[in-house]
Design a protein around this ligand. Structure first.
Ligand SMILES: [Fe+2]
Length: 163
């Protein structure tokens, strides 16, 4: 029987510098998307007015996507061997998205606020795409996938208030 040992297995799939670069640019994406999960639900619960049911249900889709993409970015960092900090207090301190108006809102207000939230996240996603171009393509691809999805969700929201 083969003597099983892990001593010959490389400790990491990339260099420490590459892992650190990926963590630097994907961590803000994890934070902003985690904030969008929380604020998207807040918006889902408090939206009222025109196209209520469509906006209410679309916001749940936005939340589900944000959760999925936060996980995608976070697990890319962890796959390269570094930890992620998306604790509640870290997200509150570091999210660039700003805050929503509390309480019930008419749907055009809710939509505008969530689009602003998405646009703030997209700034960090686009920075990740630009910077990871010189660091690691596999992680850049994660950021590109997230940008494509966020921009589609932004379109779905914006179409409710577009002329
Ligand atoms: Fe719900």
């Amino acid at each position: 029987m083969t003597n099983v040992t892990t001593t010959h297995i490389p400790q990491a799939v990339t260099t420490p510098d590459t892992a650190a670069g990926v963590a630097q640019f994907l961590s803000p994406v994890v934070v902003d998307l985690t904030a969008l999960v929380v604020n998207g639900k807040q918006a889902h619960w408090h939206v009222r007015g025109a196209n209520f049911i469509g906006v209410h249900e679309l916001l749940d889709t936005v939340v589900a996507h944000a959760q999925e993409w936060a996980d995608l970015a976070a697990e890319r960092i962890v796959a390269l061997g570094l930890p992620v900090d998306a604790r509640l207090e870290t997200v509150a301190a570091k999210s660039t998205a700003g805050s929503l108006t509390p309480g019930f809102q008419q749907s055009q207000v809710t939509i505008a606020e969530i689009i602003t939230h998405i646009d703030a996240a997209l700034v960090n996603v686009k920075t990740a795409i630009d910077e990871l171009d010189a660091i690691e393509f596999t992680s850049q691809d994660v950021a590109i996938e997230i940008a494509r999805g966020l921009e589609k969700d932004r379109w779905f929201l914006f179409a409710h208030i577009a002329a």
